[in-house]
Design a protein around this ligand. Sequence first.
Ligand SMILES: Nc1ncnc2c1ncn2[C@@H]1O[C@H](COP(=O)(O)OP(=O)(O)OP(=O)(O)O)[C@@H](O)[C@H]1O
Length: 688
Amino acid sequence: MSYSRVKIAARLRPAIPGEPHDNAIRVVHSDSGSAISVDNPRDPSQTFKYPFSSCYDQSSTQDQIFDRDVKPLLDLVFSGVTTTVFAYGVTSSGKTHTMQGTAQCPGVIPRAVEEIFRKATAIGFQTSIATSYMEIYKDEVYDLLVDRETAVKLPVRENEAGQVFVANLSTVPLDTFQDFNKIFGRANKQRSVSSTNLNSVSSRSHAILTIHVTVVDSDQNLTLSGKLNLVDLAGSENNKLTGNDSTRMAESSAINKSLSVLGQVVHALNQGASRIPYRNSKLTRILQDALGGSSVGLLICNLAPGTKFRQDTLNTLNFAVRTKNIQNKPVVNQQATVAASKPLQLPPAQPAFNSSIPPPQPAAAPSAGPSRLPGPRPSRVPRPSAVFGDRGSLPLAPLPESVKVEEKPSAVPLHLTEDEINARIAKAVELEVARRLQEERERQRRDDEERAATAAALVSTSASTSSSSVASSASASASRHPTDGDADAEEEEDDSHLESLPSGLLTPLLKSKGHTSEDELKRRLDELEARFERANKAANAAIHLADVLSPISRKKTGRAYVALARSQSQKNNLEVALGLYRKAESYVPDNVKLRERIIEIEWAVKNNRPFNQSQSPKKRRRATQSKSKSSRSRRKAATPNPDADDDGSGKENVDVAAEAPSAGKRRVENAEAGTPPRKRRLVKFEEE
Ligand SMILES: Nc1ncnc2c1ncn2[C@@H]1O[C@H](COP(=O)(O)OP(=O)(O)OP(=O)(O)O)[C@@H](O)[C@H]1O
């Protein structure tokens, strides 16, 4: 199988009037290539370098980007390959400017369509061009080629071949570039935009324009169906900077959520995960083909200049680095051309985005004919191809080796008998029923996931009185690592992301609300594990529950076990506590403090010694506060407290590993000696 990686182009926009600008983000060119250079926010003497094959600086022009990175892809479209160009970046970084541009400085979209018309004329073969245009606004899909007033939410569906398509999306045949300009201009007025502090015309939706190109070689009896998807993503937003009101906030949260899922998809693809969470948002579902599918991809990373945008820039660049590794398996969509025959009325089940559409009407001689909008939706029923004169074989661009040629069955069956037609209708009905069942299953799955997320939160509530501080410490920790980028941080924030958890698994944890007794918590945790074991057995798999929970759920489950363990150790049931701490460790294996606690209790059990439980969280907090007042009083306040790490909430046991790895190492070493680990550790603290 041949692969094609997503190509990356980075573009830094100039500062716009009134915007403070500095040199924190730069484009550098050297003998080894070009790169984006960003000062390290924590240490300005250091810089991060992101090398990409195309880096455009603030003086770059629209035609430079088009000529160098987009134009070469158009040959592929004429060869029957789906190609996707998407602009990604924080709000106001120049995505719409790059993709749409202005009348004076047209962007990638008008340039690409103009070039497609030019090529269509030049190749001298029967070529038809059509367009569809949709926006994803608050995770709903709308057709931008119909009147806004009458536009309805469009469902995203999958056909029997597993191809995702937007049902009822109109596809408008185009005769000339001028036709396109009119339609595109009108549609853009319908796109959802608003003014924010960062951008007076900020896009509030993701816009996906598709140009369908169908080339017919009647001599070879071949029809090639290529597509160019041009995607202007909405920008990720920091609500503090944008000054969003409640409506904008709702839009912003939908934008950020879908971009977060995009990050998760890219992350999962890079990890080679068995399940890629395409279905978690409409954006990723629709872009599925461009991300690890059969499309050739170009990601344009738009960057805004200056220190103000530095963190966003790092996030964008980290996303680009991950996207660079995605491998697509491009295919040529070709099918045998069929002679004209009586059109057959079949239910519209043709994918609108991810697979070839039926050939639209052949392009007529250029004319400034009336626009097809807002007339009735064009039919999506396959149209017969016309027969053309002898022109030899198609002068197609040589295909890269990575592109696989895929024969598709003819779009229009010939000479069907009535029985055959009935059989097809029956099949279509069956498919529709199957689709509805699938939708129902999908709905149930989503419900289960929501319940699972609630259950995980319930575990947390039961286990910890200060779980919110865990969340804030987790997010603080994420923000402390600028190069970690958006995808990881977002993944951590998404509590409900329980990847391959068998459905209904966490249901027992939902049974009662409010206060959960220790016994009840224990019972539910046992039930949770037992159910998982059963599911595991049924699936003949040897997977541990911890392996399938999301990081957040793992932490929460670990925390629940820590709470139980702590309670047992307070009652001096050390062996039981030890077992529970070990359970907790299986969910958070990297936690240094938890490991240390286990060693301490093991030591106490082995030597038949009591184990001294910690102070209450309040006391410990007070002790910590007084610590900061003076180093002298700190020594007194921190009276040798063997449990200083454990406030009973279990929270510290799941978040500190990254903070104190060296301390943890030191303590483990101590534990191997013959004296109680606590005392030795305290000596160490005194020494410090
Ligand atoms: N290369 C450029 N040269 C000149 N001006 C630019 C350039 N790129 C962007 N701009 C200007 O910056 C502003 C923001 O650009 P644009 O609207 O394209 O951002 P965006 O990333 O699409 O934002 P949003 O996500 O909020 O829609 C606009 O005023 C635009 O004209």
